[in-house]
Ligand binder design. Sequence first.
Ligand SMILES: O=C(O)C(=O)C[C@]1(C(=O)O)C=C[C@@H](O)C=C1
Length: 260
Amino acid sequence: MAEALSDSGSANAPTIESVRESLIRQEDTIVFGLIERARFPINSPTYSASYAKIPGFTGSLAQFVAHETEALQAKAGRFTSPEENPFFPKDLPASLVPSQNHTGVLHPSAASININKSIWDFYFDKLLALFAVPGDDGNYAATAASDLVCLQALSRRIHYGKFVAEVKFKESPKEYEPAIRAKNRDALMKLLTVESVEEAVKKRVAKKAMVFGQEVTLNSTDGSNGKYKVDPSVLSRLYAEWVMPLTKLVQVEYLLRRLD
Ligand SMILES: O=C(O)C(=O)C[C@]1(C(=O)O)C=C[C@@H](O)C=C1
């Protein structure tokens, strides 16, 4: 059976370079996801339980689509991968496909870390209004599907902090062990933070929003005219306010369990 490759594209032990490469690659998925979602206006009935009234389900259409899509994906084996974390872990059906040989990179307690509730909340309560225009075009099912693509891409990126933390711990266990034993979150946060990398990430995602989100025409020299499908500053803000802080939170949570 084929060995399951990690997202870093390698079956070998990940390195700081390979995990950062994966984070960079995942930026493309996130930027494209937001561009796709921005095709629709906000479409607020998608998020209203009183609009949906789905027999046998309590919640909004967005919740229904996420719940049912995850159930199908669980049966297809999606959540047996340590890189995938469900939004609705309760009552998730078991995988029906042959199990993959996922390389045992992470400490087993990694499976107990799932911060998707925070991701769901910032996405719908804060982020959506920053890049989807007000309005209602009735495409609620497509909107909900599009939201789930964004949420899963964000979740995968943020929980990838488990792999980043593992690599950092393996590279310098002596630096991390005292802070882990002392359960000192602030010290761990300081140890794992690299400000120069964060600055580069914020600039790069804004640039990707400009390159991927410009209008491509055959005649014009400047296809964008300064207009982009998603405002590049929203991408830097998304990363500065939510993606990187939550990735760091995942790293701290992982490290706190690393010696269990
Ligand atoms: O690249 C790293 O070293 C990471 O830990 C990842 C990351 C990020 O989320 O992009 C998080 C913390 C660091 O301060 C820099 C970047």
